[in-house]
Design a protein around this ligand. Sequence first.
Ligand code: TTP
Ligand code: MG
Length: 356
Amino acid sequence: MEVSQIQEENLHILHIDMDAFYASVEEKDNPSLKGKPLIVGGNSRHGIVTTANYEARKYGVHSAMPIFMAKQMCPKGIFVPTRMNRYREISKEVFNILNSFTDILEPVSVDEAYLDISTSGEKNIETCFEIKKEVLENTGLTLSMGLSFNKFLAKLASDWNKPDGIKLITPNMVPEILLPLSIKKIHGIGRKTAKKLNDIGVYLVEDLLELSEEFLVELLGKHGTEIYLRIRGVDNRKLEIDRERKSLGTETTFEISTRDKNVLKEYIYKFSLEIEKDLTRKRIQGRTITLKIKDEDFKSKTRSRTLEYDINSSDDIYKISSMLLDELKVSKKIRLIGVSMSNLSSLDKVQLSFLN
Ligand code: TTP
Ligand code: MG
């Protein structure tokens, strides 16, 4: 599709990236760290910084820097070790929420994903704010988002207003918005390609736009065409959906919306039985329960709870999900309710792979 033919309502590719992810999880688990420069990556002299919160970044500390250097730059910084399992756990909660908005989701890393939100039944920009709200309410964490009409522009946009940012890139903003950017900002231009281009005096997208496709192909091979198109706002990459099931559960849309708690709990009970059956058949158990509701105005809400132990009985699933329903404080009539379970592991205690 030509860029000029794309309408604003077709901004449907969303890229999300959690803010200072590991550090934010550490602050969530230990709120006394908030507001202080925090560096994650352990205390050993030979360690490497995995990330730093935004306070520590003011001192110049960044990912992949040796710890000793970070200590020199930020002597008052608080240094904590990396706790990968905990970040994976929170990541699953976040992905759970994302998944409640769309099935078309491509996880990129523990804290980053592309989503196609055109099927969520609401205006895309409203969906963005709802996702932000759900993630914040459920996990206490903020993320940054970019909404556009392809992956390249969505990712570029999510980095625009970090932290807690949101940025739209519409077709009529292209290519002007790209002109002043360093070519290194263009997905697909790595260090080697950048050097080749720098060597011929090309530093900004503005310079790169002057070059013909033929010239770029000659200089960079096949890759040249991709870059030629990308800086003109064209990126035809599809989302690579991870088909392996990361959660199981079920949901129902009512013919007649209801606010009756007993009716809602009856459904929850039915879902709990179904989930138990599914878990037994697959010989798995889970630790996170997510309840999702959608009200008459199509507004969705989700609540999750991650337990410290695995469960697989319908009684436990019912207990947790009805507690989540109580927490949701339903005021409008509900048209859809669903329960799902994630953080799955096999009964044999072998952890199922998630995000590798
Ligand atoms: P990023 O999203 O690159 O960084 P971030 O979330 O800490 O900060 P922000 O997005 O707000 O700029 O990476 C996500 C996590 O991955 C990060 O919290 C820690 C980890 N990570 C490493 O372990 N090593 C690295 O070199 C980088 C860049 C990240
Ligand atoms: Mg991040």
